[in-house]
Every structure is written in C-alpha cells, then in structure tokens.
Design a protein around this ligand. Structure first.
Ligand code: ZN
Length: 382
C-alpha cells in the first residue's frame, strides 16, 4: 500500500525548492538544493550517491544514486528542473504544494518532481536484502533548456543498465519514440544602399526569399523520403518561425535572419540534416553574391525510437495494459539510449498539465505508478 502522506510530504519539500531552468540567465536558477535533498533521501535508504556538477556549471548538478552492484539492472530517471512560471496566473503559490479535489498542485508537481517520491515509495520494499543487479536513480539538470545534464551523462559511458525508465508525465502510457528537434537560424548578409538604384546594394531580403523557397523544397524532399505511421504528424516538419530584416522602405536591405525548427523522425540524423542544409545554401550564396550562414540556436535533440519488440517495451506494455505510443514532446531518452540501455518514457501525470499555471498531479495515479516501478525493479534487479 502506497503511503500517500509520505508522498505528499516529500513532493511538498521538492516543490518548495525552486529550480527553474531557463535560456534567459535572468530567470535561470541552480538545481543543487533539489539534487542535494534527493541525494540525502536516497543515501538514507542505503544508496551510494554521487552528485556531479555539470562541466563549467558548478550551480547545476546531476545525481546518480545506486543500490546494489554488478552489471545490468534498471535505471529510473527524471529531471530536477522546472520551466519558468507566471506567478499571477496561479491560483495558489506555485512553490507550496496545495491539495484540491485529489490533485496536488505545484510547479513541477507533474513535470516532473512528482516522479521522485514515486521512486522513494517503490524502493522501500527492496532495501532490506541485496539486489541481484543494481538499481540506479538518475536525477538530471537543465532538461527543460539545454538537456546539458543528460548530455554530460551520455559522454561518461558508464551507466550500462539493461533498461532505463524516464518518468515524464505520460499518464502511465509507455512512450517508445519521439521526434528530434533542431532550431536553426539562417543569416543573409547583403549590402545596404539607396533604394533608388538597385546597383548600389545587394538585397538580403530578396536573397532570403530564395533561401525560404529552397527550405520549403528541402522540406518537400524530406517528407516524401521519410514517413512514420507511429506519429500523429507522420512526416518530418520544418517550420519557418520568425524573420527579421531591414529597417526602411527606401533602403536596400543589408541583413536578414530567419529562424526555423526542423523535427526529424527516428532514422534521420540531425548532423546530416545540418550538413545537407549547408550544402544547399552554399551555391545560393555564391549565385546571389551574399553571405549565408547557418547556426544552431540550441544543441539539437536526436529523434528517439525504442524497438516495439524490445524487452522493456513489452514489459511496460504488459504492466500498464497500455500499448506503447509516440510522444509529441522531446525527452532525455535518446541520451540514455546512447549509453546502451533499452529506454522507455513512462510516468504518472499528464503532459497536458505541464508547462502551465496550476500544474498538478492527480493522486489516483500515484499508487499505480508505484506498483509499476516495483514490478520493474523485481524484473530487472531481483
Ligand atoms: Zn519534463
């Protein structure tokens, strides 16, 4: 029987420690207090804990907590940061866990501080006798922005459990794939001049017009080459998101920048896509006599797919009674998978409540989530 009183108390403590990660330094916070609290809790349960600061970021850290030793076993993973919040839109203090109608409200309650007390409740039954294979808890930094925590782990190459479950809010439906994300900026530098004589300059906006046409044909090519029926939007997408250029009607536009995202399907390689884009833009630049540069606005997230017939997917489907599906959001899954582990995203709560005011986790999903984790621990570690 899951002790909901302990669950509420633990989640209340986690929610009370702000750990916003944000691309804007003004809003960005440390996650150390959350990581230290989790480290203490797991150390008290007999786990060996390691708090690892991110390279060059002493105020951000990952936690790795391990129970038992040897090879194989299971990883349970989650991120410790939250997105920023708009205080005036909340009906209660986002940092004070508030219970209403069998829901626990608070910033990060569902995405995803609420997963860690689920783990705490699940592991209590397994700490009295030695495990056959290790159980590892990973708590990462900066998932909501750069995924720097998961990237740092992927570089270390030493958490090779058989399986990893990331407890993002999926309503306890296993997620075995999502698209990759690239966010790119293309900058065209021409030459400004008086608009009365086109020969006095080289118009960056006119060049950008051709760049955009080329991006749209690239999209067309990608969509005819790649389709995946497991996704609601079954093709890769490329969205022209914003554009800035020029200043006055009577000046030839000297500079123009376009930002777009590209969402790749499993089987597509983001680095290759970036190289393809460069290869297409170079001859345009030459022909139009402008400079065209392509830069990534954020480090890309690879597409993720765990095979439908892999042991972990089948196991999660059997335990939850839900078929594994795709998600519309990106996760740290591709980075854990790079470590050689079968990886699935599966946790309590709904992504519909994430990243918005009055975020909550429904209490009725806690006990079922604890049961699923206990069965997974039994399967992989006992
Ligand atoms: Zn999340």
């Amino acid at each position: 029987m899951t002790d909901l009183k302990q669950y509420r108390q633990a989640l209340g403590q986690l929610v009370a420690l702000p750990s916003v990660s944000c691309a804007s330094p003004r809003l960005d916070m440390s996650n150390r207090e959350v990581v230290d609290l989790l480290a203490n809790w797991f150390a008290d349960l007999g786990f060996e804990t390691q708090v690892q600061a991110l390279p060059g970021q002493p105020n951000k850290a990952n936690l790795i907590a391990t129970l038992g030793s040897g090879t194989g076993g299971l990883v349970l993973a989650g991120h410790t940061d939250t997105v920023p919040f708009d205080e005036h839109s909340w009906d209660q203090d986002p940092f004070k866990l508030t219970e209403k109608q069998d829901r626990l409200y608070g910033l990060g309650a569902t995405d995803m501080k609420g997963f860690f007390p689920v783990i705490l409740a699940a592991v209590k039954d397994f700490t009295s006798k030695p495990l056959k294979a290790p159980l590892t808890i990973i708590a990462t930094a900066d998932e909501e922005t750069s995924m720097a925590g998961a990237r740092a782990l992927a570089k270390q190459h030493h958490h090779q459990a058989h399986a990893a479950v990331i407890g993002e809010p999926t309503g306890l439906k296993p997620i075995r794939m999502h698209k990759g994300i690239m966010m790119e900026a293309v900058h065209v530098r021409g030459h400004s001049g008086h608009s009365s004589d086109p020969a006095l300059g080289n118009n960056a906006l006119e060049a950008m017009n051709l760049v955009m046409a080329d991006l749209l044909s690239f999209r067309q090519e990608l969509q005819s080459q790649y389709q995946h029926p497991g996704f609601a939007v079954s093709v890769p997408t490329l969205n022209l998101g914003c554009i800035h250029g020029g200043d006055n009607p009577n000046r030839i536009c000297g500079d123009c920048e376009l930002q777009f995202d590209l969402r790749s399907l499993p089987g597509m390689d983001n680095q290759q896509l970036h190289a393809d884009l460069e290869r297409r833009l170079a001859p345009l630049a030459q022909r139009l006599n402008v400079d065209i540069t392509l830069r990534s606005l954020f480090a890309d997230v690879p597409a993720f797919e765990q095979a439908a017939n892999s042991q972990l997917v089948l196991q999660c489907e059997a335990l939850t009674g839900n078929a594994a599906v795709s998600a519309a959001f990106a996760t740290e899954a591709p980075f854990l998978q790079q470590l050689g582990m079968e990886t699935v995203v599966l946790g309590p709560g709904s992504i519909d409540q994430a990243h918005q005011p009055n975020e909550f986790i429904p209490l009725d999903q806690i006990a079922p989530a604890v049961t699923v984790l206990q069965q997974l621990i039994r399967h992989y570690c006992c």
